[in-house]
Design a protein. Structure first.
Ligand code: AQP
Length: 346
């Protein structure tokens, strides 16, 4: 297998209500990765429209995700921050991947089943084709590492399958065009840490999600200190005190979730948290959780508000990132056209 330069890619949909799960499962880890890798972080607006979005709201939400990236600590000068729709090669490569991926593979995607629900006939074709566009987002940069939450694991496996099948189907042409024995890397999903699946504050069996109708199910990145305190206080728990050992959390999903959130926010482990708080009643533990949540999230929310007050600055960041991303994506797409056998006019 050919060697690929290490490169990180990940994306967040501008679908409103950015929450603690998006932060701990993805954005916080994006910030860490930029210390050791070249990173490309994308506001995946074309994914967002797989379900209806109000155009004016969509524009605001694209800027809000960009603001969240910057406020959390991503440096758009050192790395690339842009919105997907501005680099046409994502959609171009997705078409090639629609022709590489098999119907059976796409049919197995649980996220489509969950999002389409019972009314599958009425779901958009785009929602079904979403995983092929996601593979294209990653592979148009030939990215090697993708930090994501647990819910994206299946889509990343599909990305690996698509890369492998492309490399096999076009092996001869890849070699003839001078790319050795593989054109696309087999991307490594990075799903680490205590909060790869943050659960709803109202129901420990459901993931914290932007689309949950109850705002009390999630902590939004834009919530103020009072709102965070109210939501944490109201979070569902059970009557027992916190256990001292991890095993004691096994059958207590809501307690397990709050401990995982605390660990992720304080860069510790659930074991550390139980060492300090084992035996505490939830009233005391929740007060401590409010403190760490507000300490961590309030500066991000303040900075997001400051950035959102100047949309032209955010737009300039996105325009600069798109220009730089387009150069890289065009190189890949030119090579793909040669490999597939398209006659290039330029
Ligand atoms: N609850 C979560 N815990 C940990 N990570 C999560 N992510 C999402 N929810 C959690 C991660 O956040 C990144 C961006 O997600 P996305 O916006 O692209 O899409 P999503 O996974 O569909 O997010 P939501 O909030 O659950 O939206 P809806 O309600 O529309 O389905 C991804 O890395 C994701 O894993």
């Amino acid at each position: 297998m050919a060697q690929f330069k290490e490169l990180v890619f990940s994306g967040v949909q501008p679908t409103g209500n950015l929450h603690l799960g998006n932060y701990l499962g993805a954005i916080k880890r994006f910030v860490t990765m930029q210390e050791t890798h070249d990173c490309i972080y994308c506001v995946v607006d074309m994914h967002a429209i797989t379900v209806w979005q109000d155009p004016k709201e969509l524009k605001r939400q694209i800027r809000e995700v960009t603001a969240a990236f910057i406020a959390a600590g991503i440096d758009p000068k050192k790395h690339i921050v842009f919105n997907q729709s501005q680099v046409a090669q994502h959609a171009e490569l997705a078409w090639v991947f629609n022709c590489v991926a098999r119907m059976g593979w796409a049919n197995r995607m649980t996220q489509f089943k969950e999002k389409a629900g019972k009314d599958r006939e009425n779901a958009s074709v785009g929602l079904f084709a979403y995983p092929m566009l996601m593979a294209s987002d990653i592979l148009v940069y030939r990215a090697t590492h993708v930090p994501v939450g647990e819910d994206q694991k299946q889509h990343l496996e599909l990305t690996r399958d698509i890369a492998q099948k492309f490399n096999n189907d076009f092996a001869e042409s890849i070699a003839e065009n001078g790319y050795g024995d593989a054109f696309f890397p087999i991307t490594e999903p990075l799903i680490h840490g205590p909060a790869t699946r943050v659960m709803s504050l109202r129901d420990g069996s459901k993931k914290m999600s932007k689309s949950d109708p109850s705002d009390y199910s999630r902590i939004n990145l834009t919530d103020d200190a009072d709102t965070i305190a109210t939501k944490v206080r109201k979070a569902k728990t059970d009557p027992e005190p916190l256990p001292s050992e991890i095993e004691g959390l096994k059958t207590r999903p809501e307690a397990e979730n709050l401990v995982a959130i605390y660990a992720a926010l304080t860069n510790t482990t659930p074991e550390d948290v139980l060492r300090d708080h084992g035996g505490s009643q939830f009233s005391g533990f929740k007060a401590a959780l409010v403190d760490v949540s507000v300490t961590k999230l309030a500066p991000i929310a303040d900075e997001m508000r400051r950035l959102m007050a100047d949309p032209s600055h955010i737009d300039a960041v996105l325009a600069d990132g798109s220009d730089r991303a387009r150069v890289l994506a065009a190189q890949t797409m030119d090579a793909v056209k040669d490999i597939v056998g398209f006659v290039r006019s330029r």
